[in-house]
Design a protein around this ligand. Sequence first.
Ligand code: ADP
Ligand code: MG
Length: 414
Amino acid sequence: MFQVLRDRLLRSYVLVFASILSVSAIAVRVVFTHILSQQFTEKLVALGESAAASLELEDGDLVLENDFSVQSSLDGDQALEWFDARGRSIGKQGRYVLTLPLARKKIVQTQAGTPPIRGMTLPLTSQEDHRLVGYVRASQSLEDFEETLRKLDWGLGSGAIVALLLGGMGGAILTRQAMQPVEQSFDRLKQFTADASHELRNPLMAIDANVQVALKYPEEISINGIQKFEAIANATAQMLRLTEDLLFLARTDRDLELDRTIFDLTDLLSGLLQLYQQQAQTKSIQLSLFPGKPIYLRGDVAQLKQLFANLLVNALCYTPEGGKVEMDCARVEKHILVRVKDTGIGIAPENLERVFDRFWQADSSRSYRSGGSGLGLAIARAIAQNHGGSIAVTSQLGVGSCFTVKLPAIDPSS
Ligand SMILES: Nc1ncnc2c1ncn2[C@@H]1O[C@H](COP(=O)(O)OP(=O)(O)O)[C@@H](O)[C@H]1O
Ligand SMILES: [Mg+2]
């Protein structure tokens, strides 16, 4: 699918490039030909004028001078022809004279053949009474002219082909580069959909199994009914949590406006401490918060509460019985740092960055099943980033982990 798209992109690119190239090549050709042909005519005029100087009037008739000196100024591919006032040829010189009849005005004539010849006719007038006394026609073979144009065509043509080849190669690289992020995000989306469906499948299967049994043995509903409904309720709750998490991530992807208020972070954290104290005690985990001093922050209370709850739930979940979970919070220069530190199972170094990926879980067999589906840290990171902050983790397998949330502090003056 992406191959097709890439090819199509490349084709259009090459097409556009080729059109630009040919338009400019044609423009260069036209302008160059025009200039060259203008120069050619100017040369013929100059030649004709110099030839006019070697004429004399004798009784009103044109005669060529005896010490005919034009010879020296004539190139090998040039020629001259003189005519009297009635248009009769009275002398010529050089190989490439025109065989076309004389045009009795100042005009350019081109004669086809091998080689083609171009000539310029100049009417001559006497200096005294401006009477027409004859004509001189200067001509030159077009061989050199055409040779120059042929060379130009070759140069333009091969230049265009080389440019097109290079452009095509560059275009292939560019389209590949341009498509890469698209392909990556498409792959991520595919993975995400697969993961989400997978996570929804388990609770749905649990519900289905329980309902099927209940339908098959309706007489036993009153006996085992409560258990089945409990299982169904659990599965439903799990799906509800998952869909809420997914919805949240989908919303933050679209950069929703935050509901920002100024509040005391220490207050929020101690509220969470109380909320999870019970759970910690049942696992005999020592849960503590340091210190008690208020630290003010501007942000979305509900979201930040979820951020720290996610970290706390993880810490409690991935810490074996008898462990310790500590939270502390401090202002360091322009930032507020909140740490959630545990003495739990830890995270392998190669997985440190992946824990924040959506649906990523170290233990897919869920021996430390949190009831979560691997979205907790992805959500935590999204919330931190929404607030212009970040989240980082350090950990050591078997020793413990420490998650640090960095949030921008409010300016004390405001
Ligand atoms: N405090 C922690 N100690 C050890 N591993 C952790 C900790 N927090 C998170 N992890 C690892 O990161 C994974 C992702 O965490 P999370 O996004 O909260 O998903 P969940 O908790 O639903 O599995 C967890 O499955 C776990 O493997
Ligand atoms: Mg979690």
